[in-house]
Design a protein around this ligand. Structure first.
Ligand SMILES: NC(=O)c1ccc[n+]([C@@H]2O[C@H](COP(=O)([O-])OP(=O)(O)OC[C@H]3O[C@@H](n4cnc5c(N)ncnc54)[C@H](O)[C@@H]3O)[C@@H](O)[C@H]2O)c1
Ligand SMILES: [Zn+2]
Length: 371
């Protein structure tokens, strides 16, 4: 029994990621961390807990206490996307080697997507692969990056360019950790939650629209439900396309436009979910021009983004020409063809390779002139 259930835990939720022998459960609950028995997911004697200087004072001791009678080491890294690189990855390997961790070791990633991606990649490659556990503490990491096994570090020439698919043993999501998350990070996570409703589940989208105020005020019950539904959708998509040969790409709704914005700003000033917010609206406008959704649908989503304090137009200085150039550089480009994730209808996305170029140009000029 992986979880130490007490009477107050009736609201704990579980989502299964079905991937044959690599299947695992995502456990979600308010205050689940001090209750979970992490030891049951750890086979060997050794554990390396990886976190950063912001998260460590908040949650490191809590997680440490849940791992019984093991040789536990921890490594507290600097905080920031700029430290998600090969140099810091090497620090993780050095720690593992210095403390003589063998192939039975387990890495525990405690933090946001930066820590999760980097620790996951260390686990994927140390001694040709060891076990790891995700304990995500940002909304984005809880609904997105901790699930699905994509791990990576950045290269100076591009984001997430060095990586591997490596699934965790389990994912433990304590929604209480979101109480300490800065507002901006929380809103950015909400953009990804709204994305799930838009690409795969209209009922969920309608629910999010109704409950948005409670979510913004971080109501734990509502948050737990929103995270569970998001994880369910992600788990379903990952199950049908683990290594992104096809349908998994729909998770990138708004991301081709969003990445262009992030690259334009050199990954400064705006955070990922903010760029994705604008990107989603651009993809929806495109879907609208193609007659798949109504203008009123676009307005509805735009209002939600604004209620989340997310941006709805690109940075002032960005032009259609900037978008055209940067979108061609996106990882999703194949044979020089931009592929876009668009909506077939509200609640259903599709990957489109052949689309009307003039519609795209119209979307770009509309959004850039909106500034
Ligand atoms: N692997 C995937 O499938 C996948 C998917 C999406 C994004 N990502 C990656 O995730 C990263 C972004 O993740 P992120 O948005 O979580 O950013 P992040 O990891 O940088 O965390 C954001 C900030 O919040 C702080 N923080 C984390 N938890 C906190 C808490 N509970 N209370 C207070 N502060 C807290 C962090 O220290 C950091 O300063 C990017 O590197 C991106 O490439 C990966
Ligand atoms: Zn994203």
């Amino acid at each position: 029994m992986p979880l130490n259930l007490s009477e107050s835990v009736t609201s704990d939720r579980q989502v299964k990621v079905e991937l044959g022998s690599r299947s695992y459960s995502v456990h979600i609950g308010s205050g689940i961390l001090p209750r979970v028995d992490l030891t049951s997911y750890i086979d060997g004697d050794q554990v390396l807990l990886v976190t950063n200087e912001t998260v460590a004072p908040l949650y490191l001791n809590m997680v440490r206490k849940q791992i019984k009678s093991r040789k536990i080491h921890d490594l507290v890294l600097r905080d920031g996307e700029k430290y998600k690189n090969l140099e810091v990855l090497d620090d993780i390997f050095t720690k593992l080697l210095t403390e003589k961790h063998d192939r039975t070791t387990t890495l525990v990633a405690l933090g946001g997507g930066v820590i999760g991606d980097m620790t996951g990649f260390a686990a994927a490659t140390y001694l040709r692969g060891v076990s790891f556990i995700q304990v995500p503490t940002t909304l984005l990491a809880q609904v997105d990056s901790s699930i699905g096994g994509k791990t990576a570090v950045n290269h100076s020439m591009g984001k997430n360019m060095i990586g591997a698919f490596h699934q965790p043993r389990t994912v433990i999501i304590d929604t209480n950790t979101l109480q300490s998350l800065p507002d901006r990070e929380f809103s950015a996570g909400l953009a990804e939650v709204l994305k799930y409703g838009l690409i795969a589940d209209i009922e969920f989208f309608n629910w999010l629209e109704r409950e948005l105020d409670s979510l913004i005020s971080r109501d734990l019950g509502k948050l737990t439900y929103a995270i569970e539904q998001s994880c369910r959708i992600k788990a379903r998509i990952v199950r049908s396309d683990e290594t992104e040969q096809g349908v998994r790409a729909i998770l990138n709704l708004g991301h081709t436009f969003g990445h262009a914005i992030e690259t334009f700003l050199s990954y400064r000033d705006w955070i990922h979910g903010e760029a994705v917010s604008v990107g989603i609206l651009m993809a929806l406008r495109m879907s609208c021009l193609r007659g798949k959704i109504e203008k009123s649908d676009l307005d509805r989503v735009s209002k939600l983004m604004q209620r989340c304090s997310l941006p709805i137009t690109p940075p002032n200085s960005m032009s259609p020409a900037d978008f055209n150039e940067l979108m061609l550089r996106d990882k999703k480009v194949r044979n020089d063809r931009v592929r876009l994730v668009l909506l077939e209808e509200l609640g259903q996305a599709e990957v489109v390779e052949t689309f009307e170029r003039d519609y795209l140009q119209r979307v770009l000029s509309e959004f850039c002139n909106l500034n």
